[in-house]
Design a protein around this ligand. Structure first.
Ligand code: AMP
Ligand code: TRP
Length: 326
């Protein structure tokens, strides 16, 4: 039997943080190495144009993310690694799906509401249309599995709706995909554990390129809760619970084992230990990233662009025929 197809993307729009790592990138590597899936991972550079940027920044963000993919352990041999904008089929299918998407569905999207803020009328059409391009990314490859953080669930719901709608109208063409979460589908901010870790709140982020000293300082300052006990309790101890999840997913120890281990120790000791676990996990990544040359990253992506492009092109021909384009 053919392996199930898996796809996910990350935007090149600023530095990767630990939420991206524990909710997505680290999981990508595990899924790739499990051998259970046919994996596609891409850089969602077109999506990233929906936020403010300069061309110079954009080039730097894209090349940095290419190197991060490889440093984290994604492999051009085990997976197809590609650049979204290298494959015109993504934009083309997005256009066709646009014609099936009610504006009302897009207006309800939490991410659009958050990113457009109070000025939805001046937000770009690209920001509004972001979920439709994401649907095209997934549907082009017949992917059934999409590993993402839980902030992307609503977009995948729309992807399924569009697949169903297209199939009902034009005949079976697309697979309805499901999202796949890690144990940390939503890492919270260090400075305010009731908000998700996000680059829009840099003060609460641990960035993957932070130095050991920065990591120690940030974790030392992380907001904790009243009380003294190191115990998982999302409601009453969101700060400590978040740190327990960080420790657990990087060290491999279970949350209950950690609760026991730190039962008689205070928050300060625990936080120091979490910092050491993070430093230990990120050091090899950072060392590898220094060694990944831009030319090796570029050749990994060029190879993937060709492989993904051929699949996407074939699907686009099928879609065009189905809708009646010559
Ligand atoms: P982005 O940089 O927005 O393209 O996000 C890349 C991936 O990281 C997506 O799968 C997101 O769902 C995931 N992600 C972003 N922030 C977090 C977070 N705080 N916790 C878990 N996953 C996250
Ligand atoms: N929207 C995703 C994010 O912000 C990135 C993304 C774009 C994506 N296209 C995708 C993720 C397709 C999974 C599948 O995190």
């Amino acid at each position: 039997m053919a392996k199930p197809i898996l796809i996910s993307g990350i935007q090149p729009s600023g530095k990767l943080h630990l939420g991206n790592y524990l909710g997505a990138l680290k999981h990508f590597v595990e899924l790739q190495n499990s051998g259970k899936y046919r994996c596609f991972f891409f850089i969602a550079d077109l999506h990233s144009l929906t936020e403010p940027y300069t061309p110079k920044e954009k080039v730097a963000q894209i090349t940095d993310l290419m190197r991060s993919f490889l440093a984290a352990g994604l492999s051009p041999i085990k997976s197809v690694l590609f650049m979204q904008s290298a494959i015109p089929a993504h934009s083309e299918l997005a256009w066709i799906l646009n014609t099936l998407t009610p504006m009302g569905e897009l207006r309800r999207m939490t991410q659009f509401k958050e990113k457009s803020g109070v000025s939805a009328e001046s937000a770009s059409v690209g920001l509004f249309d972001y979920p439709v391009l994401m649907a095209a990314d997934v549907l082009l490859y017949d992917a059934g599995v999409v590993p993402v953080g839980d902030d992307q669930d609503q977009h995948l719901e729309l992807t399924r709706t569009l697949a169903r709608k297209f199939n009902a109208r034009f005949g079976k063409t697309f697979v309805e995909p499901k999202s796949l979460h890690t144990a940390v589908p939503r890492l919270m901010s260090l400075d305010d554990p009731t908000k998700k870790m996000s680059k829009s709140r840099p003060a609460g982020c641990l960035f993957l390129d932070d130095s050991p000293a920065e990591i120690r300082t940030k974790l030392g300052r992380a907001t904790t809760d009243s009380g003294k006990e190191v115990k998982y309790d999302e409601k009453h101890k969101p700060g400590i619970s978040n740190l327990l999840l960080i420790h657990s997913s990087l060290s491999g120890a279970s949350v209950s084992a950690l609760e026991k281990r730190y039962a008689r120790k205070g928050y300060a000791d625990f936080k120091r230990n979490v910092a050491e676990v993070v430093v230990k996990a990120l050091t090899p990544y950072q060392a590898k990233k220094k060694k990944v040359s831009l030319s090796s990253a570029k050749s990994a992506f060029t190879k993937g662009d060709k492989a993904a492009g051929a699949i996407a092109e074939k699907k686009t021909v099928e879609v065009k025929k189905k809708v009646g384009l010559l």
